[in-house]
Design a protein around this ligand. Structure first.
Ligand SMILES: Cc1ncc(COP(=O)(O)O)c(C=O)c1O
Length: 407
């Protein structure tokens, strides 16, 4: 990657030395990415100079906060090829999917209607639908993984689509790093009359998602996986589905008028944001998309792919390691799940941490996928733009040492 040193210098945390004296190697980017100084500065600049509530008072600070909140909305929407009025701030992908379940599905689905999900979904795109099933009796259908191909079984998907009202699909798996054939899934779903909700929590950090070109009805996003802060994300929703929504959370901000007799609500996306907005977080996310706008995504993709192939080839050569991902495939990103035959995933994570390597371990909020893979948990490295070949090589040599010594 061009100028990787300069790029890394923009992320203060990457020069961190851990308490045991080891330099940090951060390979847990699918959980959350690190933040560049421009994001950190934008957020502290808000608190230091114009902290105030937005959309309320008329004083100077309040005007500045409102302007910053809305200009962040415009930048973020533009980054995703959407109109600001189609972007609803949420706390992240989880809340965005819950918003669809509460505000759209509860109004538009009824007993017996089918929602199609996949075994690759994150719990965030499973549990809201199970709850809705308990509440109103929708049918939840799961499309299996083709374990030979380690990809979604598209024949089973087409079968599951029959008569379905909604498809919930993860853009890129947080466990395997596989990007699903989203464009085909959206086309087939629409041809069959189903709406589509895309969980782009992982995908948005790896490719430029264009809401209008993609053609999904809903796209759920988390800022913190794409250089932005925690605590904020968004739902992108078309005018059509917005017009079919009822309220989500109720209270201040989303109302048109309130009296003792009853209340009326604002239209469209304005009805779906309630209470004091996440102002600092929106400003931080705005700074993150400004930062990402300067990144050549193709160059980033090639860089991550090169690192991921180096990592997975090296891991496969180590006795006892089973690698579940295949970064060589064009639709793969830099997320690699692996397990050692004899070293438990928890022990492996601890031994890697001792070497300064931050990786993720567990079910990755994807228990149905763990069941399909026949494992209880995996270790996972997830690489991003600022990771380097030296880091991957030192990871491989530390992993080899662990396996020789403890395997
Ligand atoms: C694919 C996927 N979907 C949804 C989520 C939930 O995102 P958040 O915790 O930011 O709401 C994650 C987080 O790891 C994820 O990887």
């Amino acid at each position: 990657m061009h100028n990787i040193r300069e790029l890394r210098a923009e992320f203060p945390i990457l020069s961190r030395v851990l308490p045991n004296g080891k330099p940090l190697v951060y390979f847990d980017n699918a959980a959350t990415s690190q933040k560049p100084s421009s994001v950190i500065d934008a957020m502290s600049g808000f608190y230091e100079t114009f902290n105030s509530n937005a959309h309320r008072a008329n004083h100077t600070l309040a005007d500045e906060a409102t302007t910053a909140l809305e200009s962040a909305r415009s930048s973020i929407a533009a980054f995703f090829g959407a109109e600001p009025s189609n972007l609803i701030y949420t706390s992240g992908t989880t809340e965005a999917i819950n918003l669809v379940a509460y505000a759209w599905a509860r109004r538009n689905l009824s007993e017996g209607d089918a929602v199609v999900l996949t075994e690759m979904e994150h719990h965030a795109d499973i549990v809201p639908w199970q709850e809705l099933s308990k509440e109103i009796g929708i049918e939840v259908r799961f499309v299996p993984l083709d374990l030979e191909k380690m990809a979604l079984d598209m024949d089973a998907f087409q079968h599951a689509l029959d008569g379905a009202e909604l498809v919930g699909i993860v853009h890129t798996s947080n466990v395997l790093g596989i990007r699903n054939p989203i464009e085909d899934i959206i086309r087939l779903s629409h041809e069959s009359g189903a709406k589509v909700l895309v969980d782009a929590a992982q995908g948005a950090a790896h490719e430029r998602i264009d809401f209008i070109n993609l053609g999904a009805d809903f796209v759920a996003l988390s800022a913190h996986k794409m250089a932005g802060p925690t605590g904020i994300g968004a739902l992108l929703a078309t005018d059509e589905v917005l017009s079919q929504c009822g309220p989500f959370l109720t209270g201040g901000q989303m109302i048109r008028s309130v009296s003792i007799e009853g209340s009326s609500y604002r239209d469209g996306s304005a009805m779906l944001e309630t209470g004091t907005p996440r102002i600092a977080e929106a400003i931080g996310w705005g700074a993150a998309v400004d930062w990402l706008s300067k990144i050549d995504f193709k160059e980033m993709h090639d860089h991550i792919k090169h690192l991921a192939i180096t990592a997975s080839n090296g891991m496969k050569e180590i006795d006892g390691i089973r690698v579940f991902s295949d970064p060589v495939r064009p639709e793969s990103s830099g997320t690699i799940s692996f397990l050692h035959e004899r070293i438990t995933s928890d022990d492996m994570a601890m031994l890697l941490d001792e070497g300064g390597f931050a990786i993720r371990t567990g079910q990755h909020c994807a228990q149905p996928l763990m069941d399909a893979l026949g494992v209880l948990s995996t270790n996972r490295i997830s690489l991003w733009i600022y990771n380097t070949e030296e880091e991957v090589k030192s990871f491989l040599s530390h992993l080899r040492m662990i396996c020789e010594r403890f395997g």
